[in-house]
Write a protein that binds this ligand. Structure first.
Ligand code: ADP
Length: 338
């Protein structure tokens, strides 16, 4: 549906997007993930037609959008903070884009009801935005964005203004709503959890370029390079001789660098690795440790909360949990690297 072909955008001498190519098939959600300043918002604005291209083309349903102004593209935008009209009711907000298009009153009312149900806010039509929770406001914003059945929904960090617990729940809701309405969406975010929760595919961006594209699980399991692994929340990347130590302990084969999640090493009496606990901190579900090991240096590890947690100075053995590590830059499996 959407094809971004070798697109570049410049701000004066600065190159904000550098030859970006991406595709979003009909009905799919693509998340563009990257650190602040990597060019995500610029990409979204370019697709929306709010940013002139220095090079490349953007196509929707096979049509070059070069001469199609923003309001004729049939895209909808949803922002971080929803940007609801404070002076309008929930129904007034959702129906706004329909009234702009001069749809009949009864049509608007019926569609608003349908959208309220879709986002799980049936009966909320008369409420004012300020009486809603942050999550409810974001669902109203989504309903408004979907009101005119946009052929593409552009989402700018749709969950990042919410607190962690709410973010997780709303992520599931958003995914369901977007899928149920068959909407094609392009989302940008710096939050890998948000990308994982919502996307069918994700693209990692850095310094204006796409460095990896793939399904979330695939990208997660095979980050293309060390920087990507750390950005995806891996705690530590080991290489050289340490790689073989970790892989053997996990019962895996491979070469190169290995990225470890914070919970990849777990205290276990018969584990193949040993070390001395340097620090120990109880978290709700596990005890988090810092362990000094001869083979790997200082590493994070976890211990079960059901046993007495090892304290500083204590010697421990640890096992390596295979699905909490990733071999980095394994080109054969690292997804498409443009
Ligand atoms: P992100 O959304 O990933 O944080 P942006 O797309 O906002 O990144 O910015 C990409 C780069 O372009 C950054 O270096 C930023 O400083 C620069 N930039 C963004 N907007 C402008 C602008 N209007 N004028 C000049 N530079 C800009």
């Amino acid at each position: 549906m959407l094809r971004i072909d070798d697109v570049s955008v410049r701000y004066g001498a600065e190159v904000a997007l550098d030859g970006v190519s991406l595709e979003v098939p009909d009905g799919q959600v693509l998340a563009v993930l990257g650190p602040s300043g990597c060019g995500k918002s610029t990409l979204l604005r370019a697709v929306a037609g709010l940013e002139p291209l220095a090079g490349g083309r953007i196509f929707a349903d096979g049509v070059d959008l070069r001469r199609t102004p923003t309001h004729r593209r049939g895209f909808a935008l949803m922002f971080q903070d929803g940007q609801l009209f404070a002076s309008k009711s929930v129904a007034g907000n959702i129906g706004y884009p329909l009234r702009l298009r001069r749809r009949a009153k009864a049509t608007v009312a019926a569609r608003v009801e349908e959208l309220l149900d879709l986002v799980g806010l049936g009966g909320y039509g008369a409420r004012r935005p300020e009486t809603l929770s942050g999550g409810e406001r974001q669902r109203v914003a989504l309903a408004r964005a979907l009101a005119v059945e946009p052929r593409l929904l552009l989402l700018d960090e749709p969950l990042s203004a919410l607190d962690a617990a709410l973010r997780e729940r709303l992520a599931v809701d958003l995914r369901r709503i977007i899928t149920a309405s068959g909407t094609t969406a392009l989302m940008v975010t710096h939050d890998h959890e948000e990308a994982f929760a919502l996307a069918d595919r994700m693209a990692l961006m850095r310094a204006g370029r796409v460095v990896q594209v793939g399904e979330p699980a695939q990208v997660w399991a095979h980050p293309v390079d060390v920087e990507t692994a750390l950005f995806l929340g891996y705690d530590r990347v080991v290489d050289g001789a340490a790689t073989q130590v970790v892989l053997q302990a996990a019962g895996l084969a491979g070469a190169g660098a290995v990225a470890l999640r914070r919970s990849a090493l777990e205290v276990s009496p018969d584990g193949p690795l040993e070390g001395v606990v340097r620090a120990s901190r109880a978290a709700p579900e596990v005890v988090r440790l810092v362990v000094e090991t001869p083979a790997l240096g200082e590493v994070s590890a976890v211990a079960s909360t059901t046993e007495v947690a090892p304290g500083p100075g204590q010697r421990v053995r640890m096992r390596v949990i295979a699905d909490r590590l990733a071999v980095v830059g394994d080109a054969a499996t690292a997804g498409q690297v443009p």
